[in-house]
Design a protein around this ligand. Structure first.
Ligand code: PMV
Length: 371
């Protein structure tokens, strides 16, 4: 295991265990949206309790998001959690095991959970089965809603605590969800050179150069099918992976480099790290045991087209990949027209049913309503 000369996280999990609540609340509801995010330095590999094996950094998205309404009504405290699940207004029992597990993990930090009946009503802005994971935005949206209830029980809570704990809870639902709470760029995981960085929650990266403001992400939907390999299994395969130590070490170094790039605006260096990280993520999958390939032939066609276009036009456009075949095309706002034209002319042909999603950098979770 790579041991970075690590400073220990300032906060421990006990920071998020509440003491007494000042208020009692009978019923109400909240509604929040939370976005997806796209990692630049990838998180791949985890330890117990959703602790990342290496630090990561992501751009927060704006349009790909989950909108969740949480209604709650006080009940006699039972032995189990009491909740109904709706997806786009219809009952969705298939979500139950995941939410049950999430509640079990977070109960210690939200001891009121068994004292309410919840109705969790969720919808995504991106198409169903687009190959875009909804776990990050979904878990982040649920976490901020639960924190709104905790804030009513304890109105003295600071905004900083609210956001940190929302990120902490979201992480326990899906690791990368902790990067979807607050900030345009979010770092998660202990990192020697990042003050206040933590394995327990994401922290906002504040020194963003204007070159990266409103950065664009056009998501090319190459394969909209279900993931062949869950990210949980993928993370597990980093245990005992022959290249794991070097990979974790590289992630620490790439995070140090990309932080100064995000600060000084150097596109060439940005592109080099982002594309290398995407290919390294997939290289880890291809060299694990069992091994697997999530890229499709059209993923590679698109990558090659992007490389040719960049060489021919000097446009600072690059790609990154998630744990799937879809390609995220990243570029600054001032080349939007030319890149969208290139996408329409040369890349759409490789997308399933010609589909792609235009997104850009966003700010994180947003409260929509309180009733
Ligand atoms: O949050 P999870 O457990 O679904 O893992 C996400 C891992 C990647 O999307 C492949 C990389 C990342 O850092 O988001």
């Amino acid at each position: 295991m790579y041991l970075c000369p690590k400073k220990e996280s300032m906060l421990s999990t006990s920071h998020f265990v509440p003491k007494d609540y000042l208020n009692t609340i009978e019923k109400g509801s909240f509604e929040w949206s939370a976005p997806s995010n796209i990692a630049l330095v990838k998180y791949w590999g985890k330890r117990e309790h959703q602790i990342p094996a290496n630090p990561s950094v992501s751009f927060t998205l704006k349009n790909c998001k989950t909108i969740t309404k949480l209604s709650f009504q006080k009940i006699e405290k039972g032995t189990d959690f009491s909740f109904d699940l709706l997806f786009e207004g219809q009952p969705k029992e298939s979500f139950r095991p995941k939410i049950q597990k999430f509640f079990e993990r977070i109960e210690r930090y939200l001891p009121f959970l068994k004292e309410y009946h919840f109705i969790i009503d969720t919808q995504n802005t991106f198409p169903h089965s687009s190959g875009i994971a909804s776990s990050a935005s979904g878990m982040a949206a649920l976490a901020v809603n639960l924190m709104s209830l905790e804030k009513q029980l304890n109105p003295e809570m600071t905004e900083e605590y609210f956001n940190q704990k929302a990120s902490f809870l979201a992480r326990l639902g899906s690791g990368s969800a902790c990067r979807s709470i607050k900030g345009e760029v979010v770092i998660w995981g202990n990192h020697q050179e990042t003050e206040n960085s933590s394995d327990l929650f994401g922290v906002e990266f504040a020194n963003l150069h204007s070159n990266f403001k409103n950065y664009q992400d056009t998501i090319l939907l190459v394969d909209k099918g279900e993931k062949q390999v869950s990210s949980t299994l993928g993370h597990d395969l980093m245990n005992g992976h022959p290249f794991a130590e070097k990979r974790f070490e590289q992630a620490h170094k790439n995070l140090s480099k990309i932080k100064s790039i995000l600060n000084n605006g150097a596109f060439d260096e940005f592109i080099e790290i982002v594309e290398s990280e995407a290919l390294t993520l997939h290289a880890m999958m291809m060299t694990s045991m069992p091994y697997f390939i999530l890229m499709k032939p059209n993923t590679l066609e698109i990558i090659n087209k992007i490389w040719s276009f960049r060489a021919a036009t000097q446009t600072p456009v690059c790609f990154t990949l998630d744990a799937g075949a879809n390609v995220h095309v990243l570029y600054p706002e001032n080349v939007r027209e030319v890149v969208l034209q290139f996408i329409k002319n040369e890349l759409v042909a490789y997308c399933q049913n010609g589909q792609y999603i235009c997104d850009e950098m966003g700010v994180g979770a947003i409260q929509l309503n309180e009733f």
